[in-house]
Design a protein around this ligand. Structure first.
Ligand SMILES: Cc1cc2nc3c(=O)[nH]c(=O)nc-3n(C[C@H](O)[C@H](O)[C@H](O)COP(=O)(O)OP(=O)(O)OC[C@H]3O[C@@H](n4cnc5c(N)ncnc54)[C@H](O)[C@@H]3O)c2cc1C
Length: 476
């Protein structure tokens, strides 16, 4: 390391999760397209790249440590896969994965796709369903104001829908807490629909009518199908999600530095220097794609105001407990995606994913069945950190109580994340704008702590960050 090589501009990416790796890819692409001589260097503190994209491979099982895929209904990850020529590595989930369940009042309830069957067949009592019918009469969120997911759902749909439908959905996506989470930051599409149409029922009918009119005119609308947003097929990679990050990392060649964490950034006369554990490098732009708490530490001296805002973004811890069973020992092998559990049920797990039903033949050996149990989240910082044998016993007890699974697993494994998923609390987007406004020129943020935690969001935001960094190069 040392001075930047020759006249080439230097972009430093900090963090080798999917966000940082994709940002490096998009910066390289933009430089190529604009004919700019650019050196892109990525620093990752761990000895391996991928961040949350990791898996345990043991006894023929592939247990994803983090995400198990992305939805193909949004274009960003698929476009990246196509750019990399990796289409053949894609692994769409089995049709059975469309069957999703909620555990409520002692049994699993299937959530049907059609609005009517969803309404009639879900976990709500008749009174809870009737309350949903009053949704069009609910007062709107005051214009421009943010609110919690819980306040929004209770006001529009009633307490039961909040507790038994929205709450488990929030666990499934964010391992979050609807009472603290921002509607605008966590479900921007829903906030937008309420603003545009005045409510969710009106939005559903309005969108259906617009689609009909567009169809008559022979046009595509590109509007998602309902208030809950687009569906889509859960899609992974044959060798696990890290096939994507491995490929992005290998494309970096010598310009990826593993096991070399960034400590700080300093600014002198408008010029940026990145200080790592092993040296320093002058940079024309820096993309910070670490978790927010790490970004806060890196920015402490160069941008104290941004740093103190980023330091306040909370994270939920999680443990993923993988159990493998002899399929023959299962009374009836589960058929579907899995299930989520509302907080009001007071269980010790968030839910379970029936991995061998989602990706048959790809995640467990012949004659075996893999289940991933999700533990922890924003409202349980203790269970994920139980001693291994206690955590396994707890997860087994919960599987017995919620899905009647009492068979002895022939395989088990645990993966823990102290900072699994960031929580966008009420006012998140306003605070983020402040933090970004106070960054030194040439420093941009990427990663799941800001505008979406899904893989698709991370890839989309990585491209936005790369283009922003390229823009600052023109000014430097
Ligand atoms: C259990 C679990 C299940 C999930 N399931 C899904 C799913 O099914 N579908 C989906 O779309 N999303 C899912 N997600 C969310 C998704 O996986 C993440 O949001 C995404 O992978 C985050 O990527 P990232 O690159 O932003 O952050 P990370 O993957 O956290 O990467 C950040 C990187 O920065 C590095 N770093 C930190 N500090 C420094 C430093 N000082 N210097 C250099 N490097 C540093 C870290 O080591 C890490 O590698 C899941 C997440 C978890 C935890």
């Amino acid at each position: 390391m040392g001075q930047s090589p020759g006249t080439r501009k230097v972009v430093v990416v900090v963090g080798g999760g999917v966000s940082g790796l994709a940002a490096a890819h998009f910066a390289k692409k933009a430089a190529r397209e604009s004919g700019l001589a650019l050196k892109i260097v990525l620093f990752e503190q761990e000895k391996r790249a991928g961040g949350k994209f990791d898996a345990q491979r043991k006894d023929g099982y592939l247990v994803e440590a983090g995400p198990n895929g992305f939805l193909d209904s949004k274009p960003w990850t698929l476009d990246l896969v196509r750019e990399l020529g990796m289409e053949k590595a894609l692994l769409p989930s089995d049709q059975s994965a469309a069957r999703r369940f909620i555990y409520s009042r002692g049994r699993l309830h299937e959530l049907k796709a059609s609005p009517l069957s969803f309404f009639l067949g879900g976990p709500l009592s008749p009174a809870g369903r009737l309350r949903i019918l009053a949704e069009p009469l609910a007062p709107p969120t005051p214009a421009g104001q943010d609110t919690s997911l819980a306040e929004f759902a209770r006001r529009r749909l009633g307490r039961e829908a909040l507790e038994r439908l929205l709450d488990p959905m929030v666990s499934g996506i964010f391992a979050g807490d609807p009472y603290r989470m921002s509607l605008k930051a966590s479900f921007p599409r829903i906030a937008q629909l309420e603003e545009e149409y005045g409510g969710l029922t009106r939005a559903m009918f309005g969108i259906a009518a617009e689609r009909k009119r567009a169809k008559k005119r022979g046009e595509e609308t590109g509007i998602s199908s309902g208030p809950a947003g687009p569906g889509g097929v859960l899609t992974s990679f044959k060798a696990g999600v890290s096939q994507l990050t491995d490929r992005l990392a290998s494309d970096m060649g010598e310009d990826i530095h593993l096991g070399d964490g960034v400590k700080s950034i300093s600014v002198h006369n408008g010029s940026l220097t990145v200080h790592t554990g092993k040296g320093e490098l002058r940079a024309d732009a820096v993309i910070l794609a670490t978790p927010a708490c790490a970004a806060a530490g890196i920015l402490e001296l160069a941008a104290p105001e941004s740093s103190s805002i980023l330091a306040q973004i909370p994270y939920s811890p999680m443990a993923v407990v993988g159990f493998g069973y002899d399929t023959a020992a299962l009374h009836k092998p589960p058929n579907g995606f899995g299930y989520l559990i509302p907080r009001v049920e007071n269980r010790k797990i968030l839910g379970a994913l029936w991995t061998s039903s989602i990706f048959p033949g790809h995640r467990s050996p012949e004659g075996r069945f893999l289940i991933r149990v999700m533990v922890g989240g924003a409202r349980d910082h203790e269970t994920p950190f139980l001693a291994d044998e206690d955590l396994i016993a707890t997860a087994r007890r919960e599987l017995a109580a919620t899905m009647g699974l009492t068979a002895e697993p022939s395989f088990s494994t645990i993966i823990r994340w102290r900072e699994a998923i960031p929580l966008y609390t009420v006012g998140h987007l306003e605070r983020l704008a402040e933090a970004e406004g106070a960054l030194p020129a040439g420093v941009v943020l990427a990663g799941n702590a800001y505008r979406g935690v899904g893989i698709n969001d991370c890839v989309r935001e990585a491209e936005v960050a790369a283009l922003k960094a390229m823009e600052t190069l023109k000014q430097s």
